[in-house]
Write a protein that binds this ligand. Structure first.
Ligand SMILES: [Zn+2]
Length: 217
């Protein structure tokens, strides 16, 4: 398993893997303990999660296969998620999970880990840097929460419906995800999901300004 680690912004670590499969297998349980609609805050085995994903994810339902490694390409977790793994709540750990914990398990304080693979898609990385800043930078967090609150209800409903139906997100992370998608992926939201309005584009522009400012300091 080959990967490299960078710290592009203080307390934000970017882990870049050669192979997508290694990336997904390393992050899966950490990510899903953080934001799965079913497993957030719970302890579970890899086998149990795979069975659930096959039965409930959009592609899994269609194909009967475990398509997680194709479906996801960027990962993001706050450092507190490592605690139950360190405490043995997820034992037995896979080899990849052990390597991951060894890398980050001894770092003190609040930090954030982003995972990508190959030559990094800049939008994927920025989406995850947005999550990281939302967690590590209190001023950024406050500004973005205010902007999310300014999104018209009809647009917000569409965004939440989208987050709910893509199968990957627990309600608790909707605010954070809304901020990341509208800041970074607004063209994609419009083109792919028809989520667009004049007001939403104006919120996007304001969010972009906040993001540019805080991701450069
Ligand atoms: Zn996200």
């Amino acid at each position: 398993m080959i990967f490299k680690i960078e710290e592009p912004i203080k307390n934000i670590f970017h882990l870049n893997f050669d192979k997508k499969k290694d990336l997904c297998e390393t992050f899966m349980r950490f990510q899903e303990h953080f934001e799965s609609p079913e497993y957030r805050g719970k302890f579970f085995s890899i086998k149990e999660y795979k069975a659930w994903y096959r039965k409930t994810s959009p592609k899994g339902k269609k194909t009967g296969r475990f398509t997680y490694n194709q479906d996801w390409s960027g990962f993001n977790i706050p450092s507190y998620i490592l605690e139950p793994f360190k405490e043995g709540k997820f034992n037995p750990l896979s080899k990849k999970e052990k390597i991951f914990l060894k890398e980050f398990g001894n770092i003190e304080g609040k930090f954030y880990i982003i995972g990508t693979y190959g030559s990094t898609n800049l939008d994927t990385l920025d989406h995850d840097i947005a999550h990281a800043l939302f967690y590590t930078d209190p001023v950024y967090n406050k500004k973005m929460k205010k902007l999310v609150a300014s999104i018209p209800a009809k647009d917000l409903k569409k965004i939440h419906d989208h987050l709910g139906s893509s199968g990957g997100y627990h309600e608790d992370v909707f605010e954070d995800e809304t901020h990341a998608y509208i800041t970074i992926n607004m063209p994609y939201m419009e083109k792919k999901h028809g989520i667009t309005s004049e007001e939403l584009w104006s919120v996007h522009k304001k969010m972009q300004k906040v993001f540019q400012k805080h991701s450069k300091s």
